[in-house]
Design a protein around this ligand. Structure first.
Ligand code: PLP
Length: 376
């Protein structure tokens, strides 16, 4: 059986977890958390990065810092994970879903402006599969209408748009280190803050509403409860697991890209023959091979392909039931304009196994199985 995903493991994780234990520091903001935060700040030129307990809670923090009031509207794609939406629902907003582009499955930047009302406060681009949204256009729209931009870069760690790391372009960026992502700590994430004016609010929000971070820097002589907050600090044991992979970030990235390229090359003849559609990487984007997907003719063919692959020992999966058609999506939001691509394209999409260390032999076997399905 070829698994769909195996969580990344480079071999030094246990040693680092033990170091955290030996240092008698397993709660949040220990040495490994600090090293991870700093690694992202330096590598991505980010003003401030804070590890969180998940990509979802990084989004929760970003949404809370947008200071939303009931009735305020947030624009996002319907083709995304529930986390993108639920963070803004918790923060009190109404969701306005916008269609995606069929080539990247990212929010269609040309359809955003029509969805803006006087209640709109935030745009949330989701960089699907680690391929950047059209950020110049999105940032220009946000500027023109006085809106905040929260990048859901859960899948976009190590990807760039016009040379800029994803997550560092909008007001806030959110990463995920779930076991299905390129770099993992089991459950975890990070918030990127691009305007230093939000640093203090973020620290308070993350530390149960206290100014504890300021206290540890010696800026106040005792710490106290100053605002509402929550606990978004991951254990330093989890951060130790992540640190092992950050040290090998390029190796992991290159390994995944090699797999992605092997798939792309193998299926080029199928695309040429008009049997499948392959993902597009726009010229301005450098991606991180977060996933490899292809699109079948329709839902029926996709269901048959997934079943066929399973019989051949290959686990493939589909991706997202569009949020606007889900029970909570109907309750908390509306779709703006026509659903030209969201439902139709998501029905056709199938994701193939993709993880750090998948063998070339397994990739070849998967390619053969897919080709066998389409050639009969
Ligand atoms: C994985 C993911 C999330 C959530 O991350 P968690 O760490 O699992 O909470 C949010 N948005 C997108 C697009 C994701 O892929």
């Amino acid at each position: 059986m070829i698994y769909f995903n195996i969580p990344p493991y480079v071999g030094t994780e246990l040693d680092y977890v033990k170091q955290a234990i030996d240092a008698h520091k397993i709660c949040g903001d220990g040495q490994f958390t600090k090293r991870c935060n700093q690694w992202f700040e330096e590598r991505f030129g980010a003003q401030k990065v804070l590890l969180t307990t998940s990509g979802t809670t990084a989004l929760d923090m970003a949404a809370l810092m947008c200071d939303l009031k009931p009735g305020d509207e947030v624009i996002l794609p319907s083709f995304t994970f529930s986390s993108t939406a639920t963070a803004f629902v918790l923060a009190g907003a109404t969701l306005v879903f916008v269609d995606v582009r069929p080539d990247t499955m990212n929010i269609d930047e040309t359809k955003i402006e029509a969805a803006i009302t006087e209640k709109t406060r935030v745009i949330v681009p989701v960089h699907y599969a680690g391929v950047a949204c059209e950020m110049d256009t999105i940032m220009a729209i946000a500027k023109k209408h006085g809106l905040k931009v929260v990048e859901d870069a859960a899948q976009g760690v190590m990807s760039t748009y016009k040379g800029r790391p994803l997550g560092t372009i909008g007001d806030f960026g959110c990463y995920s280190f779930h076991e299905t992502k390129n770099y993992s700590m089991g459950e975890g994430g990070a918030l990127v803050i691009n305007d230093p004016a939000y640093n203090e609010r973020a620290e308070i929000l993350r530390e149960k509403g206290t100014n504890r971070a300021k206290f540890f820097r010696g800026q106040v002589d005792k710490y106290t409860w100053v605002d509402f907050g929550d606990s978004y600090l991951p254990s330093d044991m989890n951060a130790a697991y992540l640190w092992a992979q950050l040290e090998k970030a390029d190796e992991i990235n290159n390994d995944r890209l090699a797999t992605w390229n092997a798939y792309h090359e193998a299926f080029a003849p199928l695309e040429k023959a008009g049997k499948v559609t392959l993902p597009t990487i726009p010229a301005d984007c450098v991606h991180n091979a977060h996933m490899f997907y292809l699109k079948c003719k329709d839902l029926e063919e996709r269901t048959a392909l997934i079943r066929f692959l399973k019989e051949k020992g290959v686990m493939a999966v589909f991706h997202y039931v569009p949020l606007h058609s889900a029970p909570a999506g109907l309750k908390f939001g509306r779709f703006d304009g026509v659903d030209q691509y969201t439902t139709a394209e998501s029905d056709r999409l199938v994701r193939l196994p993709m993880y750090y260390g998948i063998s070339a032999a397994d990739v070849a076997q998967i390619c053969e199985a897919v080709k066998a399905f389409f050639e009969v």
